[in-house]
Design a protein around this ligand. Sequence first.
Ligand SMILES: Cc1ncc(COP(=O)(O)O)c(C=O)c1O
Length: 388
Amino acid sequence: MKLFDVYPLNDITIVKAAGSYVWDDKGNQYLDMYGGHAVISIGHTNQHWTTRIEEQLHKIAFYSNSIKIPIQQELANKLSSVCRKEDYQLFMVNSGAEANENALKLASFYNNRKKIVAFEKAFHGRTSLAVAVTDNPSIIAPVNNTENVVFLPFNDEPALEKYFLDHGDEISAVIIEGIQGVGGINCATLGFLQLIRTLCTRYNVVFIADEVQCGYGRSGKFFSTDHASINADIYSMAKGMGNGFPVGGILIAPHIHSKYFMLGTTFGGNQLACAASLAVLEIIEEENLIEQAAENGSFLLNELQKLDEIKNVRGKGLMIGFDVPESLKDLKKNLLYKQHIFTGESKPNTIRLLPALNITKKEIVQFLEALEKEIVFLTSKKISAINQ
Ligand SMILES: Cc1ncc(COP(=O)(O)O)c(C=O)c1O
């Protein structure tokens, strides 16, 4: 049987991982500045995380949500103390798309409305509603196409105010990434987030913060929207939540009430996923990883800003992007195949950095030195081509 061919693959097989490094089947070591797609929060194969999963595996991996699962409550308690949303409620799922799917559905149940405001360049996942609020027509199948979604320009306060003025009473939810990831590391301005909060409150619209990529400490605060000192009504989470164990969830404000069977899932909140998620939070808390992400992220951002050849360095914490001019178009490829460093990208020309929250300064310096080396190499190649 063939694999369904949807991923253009790098010709590399990773067989081992530890901290911020991974190794291929030939024994080559790579620095992971991509965090395996923004997923690795506490470092690959963290000892506490593997032990906690292993211990849970020997007790019970799964039993349905029809019984009491105390480890779910344990996770909810730990999460509320780490993210400081004590009065919120947790509903667990298995992925980011599923988290957004449930968030949007719950919003619609809550206010009995249909319209959703999303933003240009947004990415919220690939399931039906999640993809409908994603600004990429090439991944929206005809069956997912809906007139209920409007895309407004990102960070455009007058456009948002005008839309609310005209349609405020019809809007069910506004969904936004505090920092757009797939869209190219675009930070929502604090004023824009605060305006969303004000308008949502005024019109009884549900404010959904998609923190799947930018949350869980990545931005230097637990949620990226915390930088704006506001509370969303629903936070969606996944990626860093399990450090590679597939798990997602939504945090729901207390004014949104539950009803039996309004949401549900077979696998969401299983014992094993809860053990993995607890281990992540325990390490984040014990090792002050959010503060560390903020500090090491500013160091990385400042150092990148000193490099004239790369443009528009931006981001928060350890979610950083920069644009690569045409003359350096092989930079990402060379970093991977020559320097053995994984980075992320956003089309057309952005390199995205999403390393583990506990990446060390030494590893960051390793990245910066390799980056400069490749910039010099590609620039000198260009100069010698001009001189010939
Ligand atoms: C902001 C954001 N939301 C949702 C998703 C979807 O998550 P998943 O791939 O786990 O469904 C992603 C994935 O990249 C994302 O970056």
